[in-house]
Write a protein that binds this ligand. Structure first.
Ligand code: NAD
Length: 501
């Protein structure tokens, strides 16, 4: 029997074994197991936490500029090793290489932003808050912090978290997705090469046992999570109950509103990428179009049909392809099941991607683009996150009706509007109950120097991911009030509350 390469953990600067359980990591384009992943047990995760705990005092005491320089070096290393990182990413996730490059670039921009940490960590100072009294606030590191990340952005989402956490003086334990963990591990190794001392960043591979150990351990002060809503809610509730600071980003069901005055050709081409890019496995993907009026809906559906017919589906390693496979066999079955259900629920399946064959890759998890028309609010394919290449078109009569629909949905991650009407766009972006809004921009994913987060059940916690919110999430404010009495001058006892009255 062929022995598959083993994926280990990165603890205290070393690749190590740990845990008696393991599972296969598959190549979704071939359906073949290509690696064996060790699943960390409690003792292994505790070893990683102990390493991060031991590394913390010296790292916290390291001048911010020196910490930030590691990020500057890492940015260069990521650029130099981009091809290798993206090859690993595509081999395990399935997304096309160009998309993997885009993901990596967005991750690099977070590393770049973290390299501004000395500027971002500057406190606030007030002189003479009372006679001879000065006061200032500073932002201190928390200690050992942790991140738990999803399969769909295996490189970028970890880079939303640990570069800023570490640049702020914390140490970190990362638990990447067990479905495609290799690229995050390689990036962590590059961070060591860039100059991170052992123990500052540790990676444990694993599943619920690893996550539950991070949630329970008192040494872990804060947890960042990105994944599905049921797990996000569990992480938030358990982490908070255990006294940790938690930000937990969950699932999504993003609506794109198309107004009758929109440039339909432009909207259609934007929707194609937003619905089917990365096989729909993006939390900011657009799985729903809400067309205002039947004429708009008819034009959008006709345009999408033409564009879908031109799409190329196949392995992500072939630059000619627009869309790769779904991530696992189980996810393939789940997404296909949603398409079956949509048909049974009475939505009109305009384009059926089931049964697609990719020559030479018959065992791969390929599903072609699917397009539904006449999707209705009560349907399961409307309510639930499908996370696959399935786009549904809904028909309503007014912008307000579209907005009421969006506001009533349990998720509120992203949304967008296609229109030429500035007033409508302004009303929409001002009032819609969604965290990230695009105007003629289908995927309004904030850049690294803004923060990312949804509303409603798309996010649990107050501070959003990356950007300025991350600086606040990974630090705690301390306010110091100071007075140096002049020699020989004695303060009298003050029984009343000190004030400037
Ligand atoms: P997932 O919730 O299955 O897994 C995410 C992480 O949680 C993984 O590391 C996994 O090992 C861990 N996990 C899974 N089950 C667990 C359990 N029972 N107890 C403890 N830990 C557990 O998510 P996924 O399938 O990897 O990712 C897709 C989901 O992530 C989608 O819902 C997508 O919308 C969401 N997502 C959201 C954002 C965002 O920013 N809001 C970004 C990317 C992905």
């Amino acid at each position: 029997m062929q022995t598959l390469p083993l994926i280990q953990h990165l603890i205290d600067g070393q690749l190590v074994d740990g845990g008696s359980r393991s599972q296969h990591v598959f190549n979704p384009a071939t359906g073949k197991p290509e690696k064996r992943l060790l699943l960390a047990d409690k003792a292994t995760v505790e070893q990683a936490i102990a390493s991060a705990h031991a590394a913390y005092p010296a790292w916290r005491a390291t001048p911010p500029l020196k910490r930030a320089r590691v990020m500057s070096k890492l940015k260069v290393l990521l650029e130099e090793n981009a091809e290798q990182i993206c090859a690993l990413l595509t081999a395990e996730h399935g997304k096309v290489l160009g998309d993997a490059m885009g993901e990596l670039q967005r991750g690099i921009e977070n590393v770049e932003y973290a390299s501004y940490a000395p500027e971002l960590l500057k406190g606030e100072h007030s002189k003479n808050v009372g006679t001879g009294v000065d006061s200032w606030s500073e932002f201190q590191a928390l200690g050992v912090t942790a991140g738990i990340t999803p399969f769909n952005f295996p490189v970028m989402v970890p880079l939303w978290m640990w570069p800023m956490a570490i640049a702020c003086g914390n140490t970190f334990v990362l638990k990447p997705s067990e479905r495609d963990p290799s690229s995050a591990l390689l990036v962590a190794q590059l961070a060591l090469q860039a100059g991170l001392p052992p123990g500052v960043l540790n990676v444990v591979n694993g599943d619920k046992e690893a996550v539950d150990t991070l949630l329970a351990d008192k040494r872990v002060t804060a947890i960042s999570f990105v994944g599905s809503t049921p797990i996000a809610e569990y992480i938030y509730a358990t982490g908070c109950a255990n006294g940790k600071r938690v930000q937990a980003l969950g699932g999504a069901k993003n609506h794109a509103v198309v107004m009758p005055d929109a440039d339909i050709a432009n909207a259609v081409s934007a929707l194609m990428g937003a619905a089917y890019g990365s096989c729909g496995e993006r939390c900011m993907a657009i799985p729903l179009v809400v067309a205002i009026g039947d004429a708009t809906a008819d034009a959008v559906v006709a345009g999408l049909k033409i564009e879908i017919a031109k799409m190329k589906v196949g392995p992500g390693t072939d630059a000619a392809n627009d869309m790769g496979p779904l991530v696992t066999q189980a996810h393939f079955e789940k997404v296909k099941g949603f398409v079956d259900q949509g048909v049974a629920e009475g939505a009109t399946l305009v384009v059926d991607g089931r049964g697609i064959r990719v020559p030479g890759h018959e065992e791969g998890y390929f599903l072609g683009a699917c397009l539904f028309d006449h999707v209705k609010p009560g349907m399961v394919i409307y309510q639930e996150e499908i996370f696959g290449p399935v786009l549904g078109v809904m028909r309503v009569n007014s912008l307000q009706e579209a907005m009421d629909l969006i506001d009533a949905h349990e998720y509120g991650n992203g949304t967008c509007i296609f229109t030429r009407d500035g007033e409508a766009a302004r009303y929409f972006s001002d009032n819609i109950l969604v965290g990230m809004v695009g105007v003629n921009v289908p995927l309004p994913v904030p850049v690294a120097y803004h923060s990312f987060g949804g509303w409603k059940r798309s996010m649990f916690g107050d501070l959003h991911a990356y950007g300025p919110d991350a600086v606040r999430f990974y630090t705690k404010r301390k306010t110091i009030t100071q007075r140096w009495p002049s020699a020989g001058v004695r303060d009298g006892t003050l029984f009343s509350f000190p004030s400037n009255r």
